[in-house]
Structures are given as C-alpha cells and as structure tokens.
Write a protein that binds this ligand. Structure first.
Ligand code: ADP
Ligand code: MG
Length: 325
C-alpha cells in the first residue's frame, strides 16, 4: 500500500459519532465530529470531563468502533478495516494513556515492555531490537540501566517516559496522548510536556493531545479543538484562540487560566449549572443552559460548526451569536 501524498492530511475525521446504549437510553459520547490533522501537527483537544475526548481518541485509533462517520489515515479509509488489518495499521498510530502504571505490565522488565511492539511486528533480529530499546530509553531521557528494572522501581513521571518509549518503538506517524500528565505531580507535568514537544520536533510526530486542562495543552498545540457534550464547539490556531476565544464555552474555559500578560487578564467567567446529563442533552445548542448570552433561537436550533470572523482571524465556531453580521 502506498502512503498518501505529503501535502494530504495525515488524518481526516468526518461526522464521527459514537453512541452508547445503556438502560434504553442513547448516550451520544461523540455526536458528529469533523477535523483534519496535518502531518507533524499537534491538535489539542480540551473540554470538561465526560465531553467525549477519550472516546474521540480511541475511536480515531479504532480501539472503539464508530457508530457513524469516517476516519481516513494516511490516505486509507480505516473506518471499516478488519481487526487484523487494524493491527497492521496501528504501527503508525499509537496511544499514551493517563495512568502509566495501569498501562505497564508490572511483571515485565522495562526492556521487554518497550521492546514488545518490535517483537509483535517482528522488527529486526534480537540484537537489533535490543539496540533499538536502548536508543528509545535514551530518547525519552531514561538511564541506560532502566531496561533491567521493573515499572514499580520508577516514579510516575519516569513510568510515563517508559510508556512514551513503547509508543514510539515503531516510529508512528500519529500519537494520541490522552491526559498524559493528569496523573502526575504538577512539578513533573512540565517535564513530560516538554519531552513530548521535543519528540514531536525531532520525529515529526503528529499528535492528538487530549487534556481537560487548557494550560497544559497551550504550549504543545498548533491548533486547539474545544469540545462540549460530544461536539467540537470551536477549533482554530492555538495562539489566536487563546487571545480571543469566540465560543462562550471556550471563553469560560479560558477565563479560568491566568493570562501571562497582566494587562490582558480576563474576567473570570463562572459557568452556572452542572454539565447536563450526556444521555439527555439540552435541545438546540447543548450549551444554552449554561450560556450567559443565549438567544431564543439557541434553545430550538443547534448551531453548525462554520467559519466565523473573529478578533484574531477566521476560525470554526458553532454558535448563533456569530451568525449576526
Ligand atoms: P472524557 O474523556 O472527555 O472525559 P469520555 O470520552 O470518557 O469523556 O466519555 C464521554 C461520555 O461517554 C461520558 O458520558 C461517558 O460516561 C460515556 N462513555 C464512555 N465510555 C463508555 C462506555 N464504554 N459505555 C457507556 N458510556 C461510555
Ligand atoms: Mg478522558
């Protein structure tokens, strides 16, 4: 199979939906998500817990099967690939989870853990694999004797380095990082974020960087997608979106993090009300129950994600406030 031309997006996600049925109710964990990811690009995915971020990351990798929509990866439609074909395809698309301990086999030495993908895909001979493991441990900043130790001998941040080394073993083109630092001490978080940013530069890796914490993704992301109840409500270049978020939900999320420039500090917007039950989302714009600026039409008519002019350039926003003018 030949790869797509270099200018084509690495990932094309269209109208992706994932519905779960529980006790007769349908929960739309993903409800029509579309975006492209360029080669080597980092897209930050942000939103409150339960808005569908992990479901998006897992569905894109087909660890979860979509209910509707399509996923094109490196020129190939992978939406309906068989399990076996997906194993082959997943060489190029890897994931790092929030909890590095849960994802590392406690009975295996680090060298086995990091080398496992190489064995599964029968890459090189034994000596070649051993050399590659040493190279990977070095790449993620672990000492050369780390391979002989067990996961419990490491700190949380080091275990996440081990998980990253394993994810990179097969030189993937896409890395899904699902809350990669949320379980770590704040003092360690920036080390892992810096490592991912550095690896991305060195390896030309594209990433979906998932976090509920905007201050975590602001430095790694080229673009940011803000999700609310299974949908993208705003997506655009990270710096421009940070400077002038257009969707009221994005404005509220961003107002919670301090601006580096004190003169531009924003009023803190406290979101009223709880996140609605995702199995029973509000009609119209799902955010209208918590929106300070909701219009009558927001109650009855769901806004589409469309290109809108904002203070810092054109960007995709799903909000009726931006329909005017
Ligand atoms: P996030 O990662 O943004 O916190 P998730 O993608 O984990 O959100 O979950 C989105 C919604 O889908 C939540 O309401 C969650 O309870 C629901 N959900 C996720 N996985 C399942 C599942 N396997 N079965 C039923 N509901 C699920
Ligand atoms: Mg999650």
């Amino acid at each position: 199979m030949t790869a797509a031309p270099a200018h084509a997006p690495l990932l094309e996600v269209r109208d992706l939906a994932k519905h779960y049925v529980a006790r007769g109710a349908t929960l739309r964990a993903l409800d029509g998500v579309s975006f492209d990811l360029a080669r080597g690009e980092v897209l930050g995915i942000v939103g409150e817990s339960g808005c569908g971020k992990s479901t998006l990351g897992r569905t894109v990798l087909r660890l979860v099967d979509p209910t509707a929509g399509s996923i094109r990866f490196d020129g190939e439609d992978i939406t309906a690939l068989s399990r076996r074909d997906m194993v082959r395809r997943r060489r190029d698309m890897q994931i790092v989870f929030q909890d590095p301990f849960g994802s590392l086999n406690p009975r295996h030495r680090v060298a086995e853990i990091v080398g496992e993908p190489l064995e599964v895909h029968e890459v090189g001979d034994r000596a070649g694999r051993r050399a590659r493991v040493a190279e990977l441990l070095d790449l993620v900043g672990l000492a050369s004797d780390a391979g002989g130790k067990y996961p419990h001998e490491f700190s949380g941040g080091q275990r996440q380095r081990i998980a990253i080394a394993r994810a990179l073993a097969l030189e993937p083109k896409l890395l899904v990082a699902d809350e990669p630092v949320s379980a770590l001490d704040v003092s360690i978080q920036s080390q892992i974020i810096n490592l991912l940013a550095e690896l991305r530069q060195r390896l030309g890796l594209a990433m979906l960087f998932i976090s509920h914490d905007l201050s975590v993704i602001r430095h790694v992301s080229d673009r940011i997608a803000v999700m609310y109840l299974g949908r993208i409500v705003e997506i655009g270049p990270a710096a421009a979106l940070f400077d002038a978020p257009a969707h009221p939900y994005a404005q509220a999320l961003l107002s919670a993090i301090p601006h580096t420039d004190p003169a531009r500090r924003r009023e803190r917007i406290i979101l009223s009300g709880e996140l609605p039950d995702p199995a029973n989302p509000p009609p119209g714009c799902a955010f209208h129950t918590r929106c300070r600026q909701a219009l009558p039409r927001c109650v009855g008519e769901a806004p589409l994600l469309a290109a809108r002019r904002t203070a810092t350039g054109t960007r995709m926003v799903a909000c009726h406030l931006h329909d005017v003018g």
